[in-house]
Design a protein around this ligand. Sequence first.
Ligand SMILES: NC(=O)c1ccc[n+]([C@@H]2O[C@H](COP(=O)([O-])OP(=O)(O)OC[C@H]3O[C@@H](n4cnc5c(N)ncnc54)[C@H](OP(=O)(O)O)[C@@H]3O)[C@@H](O)[C@H]2O)c1
Length: 329
Amino acid sequence: MRNRQVKLKQYPEGMPRPGDFELVTAQAPVPAEGHVLCRTRYLSLDPYMRSQIAGRHISGTIAPGDLMRGESVGEVVTSENPGFEPGQLVRGFGGWQEYFALPGDALSPVSSQLSHPSWALSLLGMTGLTAWAGMVWQANVKPGDRVLIPAVTGGVGSAAAQFCTLHGAEVVGTAGSDEKCLFAKKELGAEACINRKSGGLATQLDDAFPEGIDVYFDLVGGELLTLASERLALNARVVLAGLMSEYNQAERAAGPPPGFWIRARAIVYGLVVYDFEARREEFIQACLPHIAAGRLSQREDVAEGIEATSEAFCRLMRGENFGKAIVAM
Ligand SMILES: NC(=O)c1ccc[n+]([C@@H]2O[C@H](COP(=O)([O-])OP(=O)(O)OC[C@H]3O[C@@H](n4cnc5c(N)ncnc54)[C@H](OP(=O)(O)O)[C@@H]3O)[C@@H](O)[C@H]2O)c1
């Protein structure tokens, strides 16, 4: 059976381009004993992949010639494992390819209660778990908190905004266009949203947070981390989770002066989602009733087919995605 795959062709210089990747054709794997052969249905595209290519990610590196790695939802084709049967939907690190084979213990069934199976990669997947871990378990958001969330219509940001609203906090987002800001206010429960490209970011933050920021979920680093740190309320919580403004740069940017955090008596958390894997089911069970009641939803930015994967990843790294970046096969 033909298995089209996307491999890294060469290291990108700065912003990745589709030509940095190549589409190759291989044979679909034959599952060994205990393994399961799956056809990829949905593939998650994530900024950490850029860090893997740059050799800066804790989950390992990707070099030219390597298959691009990533999490996917697959449909079981044949199973050499008694725990799985053909037709079942599963989640696992299948990579950027049409078919993958993994041992049963590397796969998790996708909840049959989930009306959108791709949400196992977004709202109830890694990005959702990151948002829940950061806002609920670390920052412990509560009524009265005023929370700043960048990239608020993206994978982590859109989940975080909804989780904060569910917990009674007030959300101010930032996003890269007026259209995204409108969506954040209408669909994600944000009280306000700042178009980060409209200029005057510092003044707009002053207006949005006259009494300071209680919780800042940093997904981007760079200028916004410094501006937010300068405007923290007393006893603020800062969750450091991502460096979207820096992934395509060779040099790391300077951070905010620690004095901003000292003055606010802030608690600063570093967040690595893998640390919360053991609590994933607790998170999913907490969210399912809210999904069923229509209180939680997920906008996805969906590309179609394996041949669209490289360009969709480049769009994500250019910040052009509107919703969680997904490839539907
Ligand atoms: N710590 C962890 O365990 C963990 C786990 C998952 C994700 N993350 C991090 O969370 C962040 C968001 O990930 P995601 O998958 O949800 O991606 P995403 O938010 O869906 O996509 C990235 C968004 O970042 C914004 N952006 C792009 N370039 C930017 C720049 N130079 N300055 C400011 N914003 C920029 C863009 O939104 P706008 O143009 O609308 O602003 C873009 O849509 C990433 O930094 C990622 O690495 C961390």
